[in-house]
Design a protein around this ligand. Structure first.
Ligand code: URA
Length: 441
């Protein structure tokens, strides 16, 4: 059938449903270069505004998955479990959860992304470890999982190339926070990278792309339905991103904090979320009841096996030193303390502004290809619920340039909401969802 992209854009602009063939035509044409970026940008904006129904979202995911290779992990024994976060500020959970799962005997073959919008990405974090290679061939990826039970690779080669192109375009066209676009982006990568079962960490709140619990549950259900339609058991935790997770934001800083968690001395909030995600991975990996799996995850920290696994992963992927060695990572030369300007309780935080302040200091990209300063970022000393007095040090900025400090400091101070009364406590894990149920805590 004869098709033109302009008609497809017009159809979605007017709120009509796209057919499977029209969605395939868009993805194939965009990947082959026959559909231009400005046309793709117009269509994704129309999708952002008008939405996609579940059938269209599933078709978009399938077309994006088929745009490249799909890895066959069947030669690796055991149930392969993948994990993916929808993105947040200070979200370094993969650096903790993947080694725990692997240390407990669940093979982890993980494809991760770079920073998107104000959120960081696992690949940028791992690249702050000197020598760490995130670009693995398909063979190396599979062999590493076979040999040491874990591999983490960037979106290299030909895996979901449609997502790679759309992800970069969405980042610069204000079209990230859309349920069908996030669901298809996440699930196309998960389906292409071949794991048998999937744990999703859907972030919710000011630092996430989904701001409310209801939206986050809708996103989780959409992704679960896509996973299950493809025969992959998929579960989701909806976790808090109203406050940055842990105390560190920025690549080197976050790797260090993840190591603290694996040593049993990490921040409580980060440790709790990591243990629950790891337990869900172990449960899907067939390691027993959720209670047994929680104990197993905790033990892997207590007995040092999860930290050892992170060291093995780093060595296997080219790291020059153990990641906990002082020489392993670049640090920022400038540390600048940010002081509170009034007394009161921190009642809430605009976590997206904390992410933006960290990016401004050098931790994120200003354009798609710009380099990042791995040492840059922010260490928070005070977070939501803490009482502060004027002059207390709220945070420390890490950067390589004095010129970046003033603007980042203002942005960070704007992120803190100070009131006379303390805020209501908010749970860290707000909901659990699978194909049968949604439990809100
Ligand atoms: N993570 C992804 O992989 N894609 C998105 O669109 C958002 C978060």
């Amino acid at each position: 059938m004869f098709m033109r992209i302009v008609d497809i854009i017009e159809k979605k602009r007017d709120g009509k449903e796209l057919s499977t063939q029209e969605i395939d035509f868009f993805i194939n044409g965009f990947c082959s270069g026959q559909i231009f970026e400005y046309q793709a940008a117009a269509l994704i904006m129309a999708i952002f505004i008008r939405g996609l129904n579940s059938r269209e979202t599933a078709d978009l995911t399938a077309a994006m998955t088929r745009s490249g290779d799909c890895i066959d992990l069947s030669e690796i024994p055991g149930i392969k479990v993948d994990k993916h976060s929808t993105g947040g500020v200070g979200d370094k959970t993969t650096l903790v959860v993947a080694p725990i799962a692997a240390a407990c005997g669940v093979p982890v073959a993980k494809m991760s992304g770079r920073g998107l919008g104000h959120t960081g990405g696992t690949i940028d974090k791992l690249e702050s470890i000197k020598g760490f290679r995130t670009s693995l061939s398909k063979e190396e990826f599979i062999n590493n999982v076979k040999e040491i039970g874990i591999a983490i690779s960037g979106q290299t080669g030909n895996l979901a190339p449609a997502d790679k192109k759309l992800y970069a375009l969405r980042d610069v066209t204000a079209t990230v926070s859309s349920i069908p676009l996030i669901a298809s982006s996440v699930m196309s990568k998960k389906l292409a990278s071949g794991a048998d079962r999937i744990v999703l960490d859907v972030k919710t709140g000011s630092g996430a792309f989904m701001k409310t619990l209801d939206e986050s549950v809708d996103l989780a259900r959409e992704m679960i339905s896509i996973g299950e339609q493809m025969g992959k058991k998929t579960v989701a935790l909806i976790t808090d991103m109203d406050t940055p997770l842990g105390n560190c934001i920025g690549n080197t800083l976050e790797v260090r904090e993840a190591i603290d968690v694996l040593r049993g001395r990490g921040p409580k909030d980060l440790t709790a979320v990591c243990l629950e995600l790891a337990a869900r991975m172990l449960e899907l990996g067939g390691k027993g009841s959720i209670e047994d799996c929680r104990l197993m995850a905790e033990n892997s920290i207590k007995n040092g096996s999860a930290l050892k696994k992170l060291g093995e992963l780093a060595a296997k992927q080219g790291a020059v030193y153990d990641p906990w060695d002082e020489r392993a990572m670049k640090q920022a030369p400038i540390r600048y303390p940010v002081a509170a300007r009034c007394d009161g309780y921190i009642s809430s935080m605009k976590s997206d502004l904390v992410g933006k302040a960290s990016m401004l200091l050098g931790a994120g990209r200003t354009t798609k290809d710009s380099p990042i300063d791995h040492g840059a970022g922010i260490v928070l000393f005070k977070k939501t619920s803490d009482y502060i007095k004027k002059g207390d040090i709220l945070a420390e900025l890490h950067t390589s340039s004095h010129d970046l400090i003033e603007q980042a400091e203002e942005l960070l101070l704007e992120a803190y909401e100070i009131t006379e009364k303390p805020p209501e406590p908010r749970p860290l894990i707000l909901a659990y969802a699978d194909s049968n149920t949604v439990i809100k805590y």
